[in-house]
Design a protein around this ligand. Structure first.
Ligand code: AMO
Length: 423
């Protein structure tokens, strides 16, 4: 718990704290109150007769989750959680919390997830929830820092787009004056254009997927952590992911030890395994040309524990139109595309892109898409576009897998799903 020692208090040896009332207990003539803020907790101990009658009465009347200011003496105390307590001289209520509270905000909350999400602002009062988002903040901060240090340029792609980038079925239509528009499914086409001139780009951006199914690993709005790089192929771009994931996990271990303890998560810097789709299909005994099911992904991770498994060289039929076929051949069966599987779920997909306009037109047609809808995109490769590759990691999916959360909604402050548009 942060304590403020204001100049005016220095001479008196007193401290000031502000925070939320987490818990209060009465024991005869003693009142214990646990105050919390984002940095931790501290006990406020009041003994009748040793504080003014006014302070004692106020302590008895303060409701849980109210915000208060306490000025008093900080004392070392073996019995107090954290080894310290404050003996108050002055208490002020900054914001009273109405009672009853709408959800159970105790450490072992019994309120089910949907109701907790309905009242997310109160759910955020809980230490476990704060721990998840402190770790998520480390993840996104380290992701950006890792690539900016390597000379990647951060980009801000548009959120309103005119045509699909990940197939036509998952788009949210948007009104855009007299034109047809959609919410972006991915920064895909834009990051490619940037990489083809500025070589290396990184972004963290929201995307929208109008998938109708409700699962514990899908959201209709999620954040993607993407990179795109010129002059590299599938293998080099996967290595970039191995490096950043190891860097992020190391940073979480260094920065968020307390939060990992609160969540009971034992984390290890992962190893990496590179395996082709063909070998994976044999290993898991799946039919060639079939996608990996969630069970297959879990099984693969059991075979390679504490490992990011890069399944590379997928069949063309299972990858989007922009993924390069092997040997730059429109009739090739295999592609330069991959998926990364970690903690039992797919956290990312990517690969080498098609930078050759004629080949791109052929592949668009093969996928049943109209090249006319992609004219701007195709034309961007006509004037000096090098070969390039990239990938995308879902921020919430990655947080879910790192922290072993059952439902991806736990890893999103304000989830958007088939049924949820508020808060
Ligand atoms: P893909 O569609 O596989 O690829 O998405 C990449 C990663 O984004 C996350 N993700 C999601 N997370 C939660 N809910 C969803 N509905 C959802 N959809 C995707 C996952 C997934 O692995 N443009 C390509 C990437 C590339 O080639 O650069 C793409 O978007 O973690």
């Amino acid at each position: 718990m942060r304590t403020y020692i204001k100049d005016a208090l220095k001479k008196t040896g007193k401290v000031e704290v502000v925070g939320w009332v987490h818990d209060s207990r009465a024991l005869g003539k003693i009142r214990f109150l646990v105050l919390k803020d984002i940095s931790g907790r501290i006990q406020i101990t009041t003994i009748k007769g040793k504080v003014s009658e006014e302070v004692f009465k106020l302590i008895d009347s303060i409701s849980r989750e109210s915000v208060i200011r306490v000025i008093g003496n900080l004392k070392v105390s073996k019995q107090a959680p954290g080894g310290k307590e404050i003996i108050p001289n002055k208490i002020e209520i900054i914001a009273k919390a109405e009672q009853p509270l709408l959800i159970d905000v105790s450490d072992r909350s019994k309120t089910e997830l949907p109701k907790r999400l309905d009242y997310r602002f109160l759910d955020f009062h809980r230490q476990k929830i704060q721990a998840i988002f402190k770790i998520q903040s480390t993840i996104s901060m380290k992701f950006r820092e890792h690539f900016v240090k390597k000379g990647f340029i951060e980009m801000q792609p548009p959120s309103i787009i005119s045509s699909a980038s990940e197939g036509g079925t998952e788009l949210f239509p948007a009104k855009y004056f007299e034109k047809k528009a959609y919410l972006a499914q991915s920064p895909q086409l834009y990051k490619q254009m940037v990489a083809c001139s500025m070589e290396k780009t990184v972004t963290i951006t929201p995307v929208w997927r109008a998938e109708k199914h409700n699962t514990v690993r899908h959201l209709n709005e999620c954040r993607q952590m993407d990179i795109e790089m010129a002059f590299v192929g599938q293998m080099e771009i996967m290595k970039q992911m191995e490096d950043v994931v190891k860097d992020i996990v190391s940073e979480v271990l260094k920065n968020n030890k307390k939060e990992l303890d609160i969540l009971g998560v034992k984390l290890k810097v992962p190893k990496a395994k590179y395996i082709s789709y063909d070998e994976t299909a044999k290993l898991l005994k799946i039919r060639y040309g079939e996608d990996l099911s969630p069970e297959n992904e879990r099984e693969l991770c059991k075979k390679f524990p504490h490992t990011i498994v890069f399944v590379h060289s997928w069949p063309v039929s299972l990858k989007p139109f922009y993924i390069m076929p092997k040997e730059q051949d429109a009739n090739a069966k295999l592609s330069e595309g991959f998926d990364a599987i970690y903690g039992g779920v797919e956290i990312s997909s990517g690969g080498q892109r098609i930078h050759i306009p004629d080949l791109l037109i052929k592949m668009l047609k093969k996928k049943g898409l109209n090249p006319k809808d992609f004219k701007h995109y195709v034309d961007s490769f006509r004037f000096g576009a090098p070969f390039h590759s990239g990938w995308s990691i879902g921020l919430e999916r990655f947080t879910q897998c790192l922290l072993n959360l059952y439902n991806i909604r736990e890893a999103c402050m304000f989830p958007r799903d088939r049924d949820r548009l508020v808060p």
